[in-house]
Design a protein around this ligand. Structure first.
Ligand code: HEC
Ligand code: HEC
Ligand code: HEC
Ligand code: HEC
Ligand code: HEC
Ligand code: HEC
Ligand code: HEC
Ligand code: HEC
Length: 483
């Protein structure tokens, strides 16, 4: 098994001799030649893809990637050689230390650490059961987790006694896959084998395997934005296969996901830590500064302040826009983060928390997640539409900001959450249990405070007189125009 110590040694050696680009062997190894003898027949397409890769040109063959030590957990004897099927980041690190180091220090490599999250209860209990029994898991897994969550986030790969990989855990190229050598992540989450083409990695669809759908529709957002429109209209001018790919030098017509989050600019080199250019983490109920969430995950990059990361992102924008345009854009975006937090996240969370004592409990008195309708309502408000609105504003997609974002927020807040809260209060007030009556009174107080606040009093017809006057004037003007 490769240890952390060994990889630190490799890093030191690389730093000592001052190279980050791998050296190209003069010829293909004897071992790899042997592998090919059979595999060009056994796996024709695999062999063809490898044959058109840069690795082929650089004499990096099957054995250079698949070779294993006899002591590796997933090593098996195969035609006189010890190999493993899984090629982990530590295997790639033999030649690509810089990329691996950056990746291992990013949120991406930690994406498998979702076990125990609220979403996890969904896949394992609410949506699924544990009847997917395999050799390595006699107590079973949830087929919903195996085929869903784990394919994006990564499985914990389990090696069976004979070296085979348990079918609950592989095939899998989830981003934060936990590998048999203990490393986290899968480079092939983005770099598809066996061509490992940068053109494929740079395209927006690459990120879209995972970054899409109701809770993080970045792919759809990008397609809707002017950036996406220009990309698809001009793919042939994107120079996607060029080995040097600096925005503003090698292409200028549109940015892709990679351009903004990873690729080189005139001032920055490529980074495999996708968090180094984002100021906000918009995944939690309340947006958090990126260096703060990094600290929570124990990432080294927590010492890079969110404002520095904003500057890194702006450096990308100014390859195509002027700085005033860019600054103004970020002011618009942060206005939306504030609106969401002030109007929906803060009061919504206060209401839900005050309602929890009145929801279904297990024998030990703990709230049972997702057992009441309001559990789903509140979850979707922050986890779906609350994220959509913020994600879309951050990447210039007005439809997702509004119709799939703030409109859905308002609709579900006023026409689902509030009526459900009212129902829970009524039920609690009529209960024989004194604690419930007390909790219901408290919830009622929170509800009243919320509905009388500046954000929500409109629903009781109570707008500020000035604003009422302004709105009436605007409505009259509108009507006179469209008579
Ligand atoms: C004598 C022929 C032969 C040689 C030499 C050979 N292989 Fe294989 N290999 C096979 C066959 C046959 C299979 C099974 C293919 C199948 O089931 O689809 C296989 C399977 C594999 C697998 C997949 C194992 C799995 O988990 O499914 C890998 C990876 C692999 N070989 C890599 C290598 C490497 C690397 C070398 C060189 C060190 C090599 N092979 C040499 C014939 C060979
Ligand atoms: C640059 C590294 C690299 C090289 C070179 C390479 N592989 Fe792989 N191979 C991978 C990765 C990565 C995977 C995905 C395994 C995983 O899930 O981690 C893989 C998977 C496989 C698989 C199983 C997956 C499948 O789709 O069936 C086989 C078989 C295989 N490789 C054979 C070969 C053979 C034969 C060669 C030489 C012609 C070769 N590989 C060259 C990195 C490499
Ligand atoms: C034995 C050394 C070695 C190993 C192991 C290795 N690579 Fe490479 N890789 C190279 C070399 C050398 C190049 C540069 C080829 C060139 O520039 O012509 C390269 C190039 C690349 C490129 C750029 C391709 C392009 O089109 O410019 C990617 C992406 C890549 N490797 C990914 C990986 C991944 C992912 C792994 C592990 C699954 C891996 N490599 C394992 C040596 C290696
Ligand atoms: C289609 C791929 C995909 C599936 C399926 C998926 N996720 Fe995710 N998940 C993501 C992506 C992408 C993000 C990050 C979104 C962002 O940054 O906006 C994420 C974020 C998360 C987060 C937040 C992590 C953080 O840093 O705050 C948790 C927790 C999570 N997912 C758990 C799950 C669980 C559990 C399941 C199954 C019930 C699941 N996900 C299914 C792609 C997926
Ligand atoms: C989130 C997707 C993603 C993941 C995961 C990822 N890469 Fe990359 N990688 C890219 C993109 C995009 C590029 C092209 C960057 C550019 O040239 O603009 C790239 C480029 C590369 C290159 C060529 C670098 C150069 O200087 O030209 C290598 C080598 C590489 N990746 C190796 C790896 C290794 C090793 C891993 C696993 C530790 C990995 N990548 C994981 C997306 C990814
Ligand atoms: C295989 C699934 C997958 C693919 C492909 C993928 N991501 Fe992710 N990404 C995730 C998950 C899961 C997370 C959330 C990780 C966490 O915090 O738990 C994430 C998080 C992120 C973040 C937030 C990072 C942070 O520090 O908060 C960014 C930015 C990001 N991805 C960009 C990209 C880009 C750009 C690409 C394509 C080049 C890409 N991703 C490809 C799954 C994926
Ligand atoms: C024009 C540049 C640009 C492009 C193109 C772009 N993004 Fe972003 N992305 C941003 C900005 C700006 C932010 C917000 C940064 C901040 O908060 O400071 C962001 C934020 C994110 C986040 C963090 C979301 C969270 O939950 O915290 C993810 C994930 C992400 N982008 C993925 C993608 C993916 C996937 C694509 C392509 C489909 C993409 N981005 C295309 C600029 C871009
Ligand atoms: C590779 C060049 C390129 C990069 C890099 C780039 N953009 Fe753009 N951007 C464009 C193009 C082209 C348009 C479309 C211009 C038009 O409307 O005619 C555009 C449009 C926009 C718009 C107007 C959206 C609309 O619907 O009117 C905003 C806002 C914007 N970009 C912000 C950014 C920000 C912020 C960044 C950095 C995070 C960025 N851009 C990075 C090329 C780029």
């Amino acid at each position: 098994m490769k240890t952390k110590f060994q990889s630190i040694i490799i890093l030191c050696v690389i730093l000592a001799i001052g190279i980050s680009t791998p050296q190209i062997p003069a010829q293909l190894s004897e071992e790899s030649k042997e592998c090919m003898q059979c595999h060009k027949e056994v796996n024709v397409s695999l062999y063809q893809q490898w044959g058109s890769s840069k690795h082929y040109g650089a004499n990096v063959g099957c054995y250079e990637c698949h070779r294993a030590e006899i002591s590796d957990v997933d090593a098996f004897e195969h035609e006189d050689y010890y190999i493993s099927t899984i090629v982990s980041p530590l295997d790639c690190a033999r030649c690509h230390e810089t990329e691996v180091d950056e990746f291992l220090n990013s949120h991406h490599s930690k994406a498998g650490r979702i076990m125990g999250s609220l979403d996890n209860v969904l896949a394992e209990v609410v949506e699924g059961n544990s009847k997917f029994i395999t050799e390595g898991f006699p107590h079973g897994n949830s087929a919903a987790a195996v085929n869903g969550c784990w394919q994006c986030h990564g499985s914990q790969v389990k090696v069976l006694e004979d070296g085979r990989l348990d079918p609950a855990t592989w095939p899998n190229t989830g981003m934060g896959r936990i590998n048999p050598d203990g490393s986290e992540g899968a480079c092939s989450a983005c770099h598809q084998r066996h061509e490992f083409s940068v053109a494929q990695a740079r395209r927006p669809e690459n990120c879209g395997k995972c970054h899409l759908g109701p809770d993080h529709p970045q792919k759809e957002i990008y397609e809707e934005s002017k950036h996406g429109i220009n990309f698809f209209a001009n793919v042939d001018r994107m120079n996607l296969s060029s080995s040097k790919w600096v925005v503003g030098e090698d292409y200028d017509i549109a940015p892709t996901c990679a351009t903004c989050h990873m690729s080189a600019t005139a001032n920055q080199s490529i980074t495999h830590n996708i968090g180094l250019r984002i100021k906000w983490n918009n995944r939690p109920v309340h947006s958090k500064l990126s260096h703060e969430t990094d600290a929570k995950w124990g990432l080294e990059s927590s010492n890079i302040h969110a404002d520095t990361r904003r500057n890194n992102m702006q450096d990308v924008c100014v390859a195509c826009h002027n700085s005033n345009f860019t600054d103004n854009f970020f002011i618009q975006y942060e206005g939306l983060i504030d609106l969401y937090d002030d109007k929906y996240a803060t009061p919504g969370e206060a209401l839900y928390k005050a309602a929890v004592p009145l929801l279904k409990k297990d024998d030990e008195g703990n709230h049972i997640a997702f057992s009441d309708k309001i559990d789903f309502t509140w979850f979707e408000i922050w986890h779906h539409e609350g994220r959509r609105a913020r994600h879309a504003a951050s990447m210039m997609a007005p439809d997702y900001t509004h119709w799939h974002g703030t409109y859905d927020l308002a609709k579900n807040f006023y026409s689902e959450l509030i009526p459900e809260i009212e129902e829970i209060i009524e039920h609690g007030l009529n209960s024989d249990n004194k604690d419930d009556v007390k909790a219901a009174k408290n919830l009622q107080k929170v509800l009243e405070e919320t509905m009388h606040s500046d954000n929500h009093k409109w629903i009781e017809g109570k707008l500020d007189p000035d604003e009422k006057e302004r709105r009436k004037k605007a409505a009259d003007e509108f009507k006179s125009r469209y008579k």
